[in-house]
Design a protein around this ligand. Structure first.
Ligand code: ADP
Length: 405
């Protein structure tokens, strides 16, 4: 064969090989490109799924009433839900990436985490929010482990017990006060009855002296029990107001007639400045009790020769404001918020001696709350006391906020 033919054959062979390799290379490059695109797509989808899971987890944590903290294995905070930020009055920046000590300043919890790191148990503690002495939080914490049992972080859940503890205290105080109020007249009655049984029953003079005292303490006992029953009914029968058209001026006239003997006795004048047209939808019997308690207090506490005035006005669409004012001795500033508490009296000895129960204003507060209103007192010592209450005049259904007091 001629050299030139051989050379040509090689040349064509070479070109054919090159073209074959090139097309193969291009195919492979295409495959690699496809794989890379798939990989990127997968990575993107995985990131999106992770983001979705994270946001669902955050939404779940943020919707929880309990505070939740997630910490990494070294004790740095990775996640804090909205409830914990609100509880401690913090923002995300002051919490994320910090330790418990740095962010919440609670060394009890820091020691709890140190202890839990090597344990497989849930641990609980009660702490207070720094600077808020009346707060009470229950904290439960646990160490998170991976599949091999290696510690990877912590989860802490905070329950706010402040309100429950306050209610427990209120209940405890109430039971103690109620027992005290009942025990005092009971022990007086018991004492007098025993004295009579021990022989005084044969002495007509002693009987004359003792029986009225026994009757007085029995009345006092009856008053306390009746007022306690009123309060308990007001707390339990929240939706049972018997509404009807009530004219305030008419109620006032009836109550001031009832109190006239006491007022005359004390030389106290009672003035009616209520518009005769002032009427509303209310539970008449209960509203009468409000007027009675406030007017009776004004007569009882203002002192001889004073004046008591009742006035009222519409303050906004459908709401009335009523004021029972006297120009008596007044109420000291420190007692103004407390007089609506059950059994609170400014002058304890005087009040008990006169047979008052200390429950009158608590009953007023509950009734007004049931009527969708509020009650408060303004007073300057030596100038008198003004009791105000607002009331929803067009009440249809009653949806009270939980009355306490
Ligand atoms: P009480 O049965 O002792 O009257 P209340 O709940 O009606 O109980 O009143 C609580 C306390 O508020 C009273 O003991 C009294 O010290 C004070 N108070 C109420 N109304 C007046 C008033 N108009 N002027 C002065 N003090 C008052």
């Amino acid at each position: 064969m001629h050299w030139s033919t051989i050379t040509l054959l090689f040349l064509f062979g070479g070109i054919a090989c090159h073209l074959w390799w090139r097309s193969r290379y291009k195919q492979q490059a295409k495959v690699i490109e496809c794989l890379r695109r798939d990989h990127d797509q997968l990575k993107k989808e995985r990131n999106e799924i992770r983001k979705e899971v994270d946001s669902q987890q955050n939404a779940l944590f943020d919707s929880m009433v309990e505070g939740v903290l997630l910490l990494d294995g070294k004790g740095f905070i990775k996640h804090a839900n909205q409830a914990i930020l609100t509880l401690f009055n913090l923002d995300t920046e002051s919490v994320l990436g910090r330790t418990i000590m740095e962010s919440l300043r609670l060394h009890e919890l820091e020691s709890m985490l140190n202890f839990l790191e090597h344990k497989n148990q849930i641990m609980g503690a009660e702490v207070k929010v720094p600077g808020q002495e009346d707060s009470q939080l229950e904290v439960n914490a646990v160490s998170i482990k991976d599949n091999n049992g290696v510690h990877t972080g912590f989860i802490m859940v905070f329950h706010d017990l402040t309100r429950i503890r306050k209610l427990e205290n209120t209940r405890r105080e109430f039971v103690a006060n109620a027992s005290h109020e009942l025990r005092t007249p009971l022990s007086m009655i018991k004492g007098y009855v025993e004295t009579l049984l021990d022989g005084a029953k044969d002495d007509p003079q002693a009987i004359k002296r003792f029986l009225p005292t026994i009757a007085k303490h029995t009345d006092r006992l009856t008053h306390v029990v009746e007022d306690l029953l009123s309060l308990s009914r007001l707390e339990s029968e929240r939706d049972t107001l018997e509404l009807s058209d009530v004219n305030l001026s008419d109620i006032f006239a009836e109550i001031s007639d009832e109190l006239a003997p006491k007022a005359t006795n004390q030389k106290i004048d009672i003035y009616n400045q209520l518009d005769t047209a002032l009427s509303l939808q209310a539970d008449e019997a209960r509203l009468r009790q409000v007027f009675f308690n406030l007017l009776e207090n004004a007569v009882k506490y203002s002192g001889e020769g004073r004046q008591v005035t009742v006035s009222g006005k519409q303050i906004r669409e459908g709401f009335l404001e009523i004021c029972v004012a006297d120009n008596g001795n007044g109420i000291p500033l420190h007692a103004l918020d407390r007089i609506f508490e059950r059994f609170y009296r400014v002058d304890k000895s005087r009040s008990r001696e006169s047979g008052d129960t200390g429950l009158g204003l608590a009953i007023v507060k509950h009734i007004i709350q049931l009527h969708g209103g509020t009650v408060w007192c303004e007073s300057t010592m030596g100038e008198g006391a003004k009791f105000y209450f607002t009331i929803n005049a067009n009440l249809e259904t009653t949806k009270p906020d939980s009355p306490e007091g």
